[in-house]
Structure formats: C-alpha cells, structure tokens
Design a protein around this ligand. Sequence first.
Ligand code: ZN
Length: 47
Amino acid sequence: MMPTVHCPKCNREEEMDKVLTAHSNQNVMYRCPHCAYSKSQIQTSKG
Ligand SMILES: [Zn+2]
C-alpha cells in the first residue's frame, strides 16, 4: 500500500509515488499534479 501525501497548497491527496521524484538519495522533489506546486528537499522518514 502506497503512502499518500497532502499538498500544502491545494490540500489534495496523492500517492507518494506519483508526486515525489527522487533525484538522488537525499534530494527529493515534491510536485503536485493538481496545482503545480513544487518543493524541493523534502525530508523522508523512509528507512
Ligand atoms: Zn496541490
């Protein structure tokens, strides 16, 4: 089961796999497909 993330701007919920893009081990970018809100360097608690 994929964990979900709430967009801080439009508050929509999307699967983490769809909105988070990992560029490297500790550089993850969040991008909302609904409002195009983007934020870099998301901290992940995985691992
Ligand atoms: Zn959004």
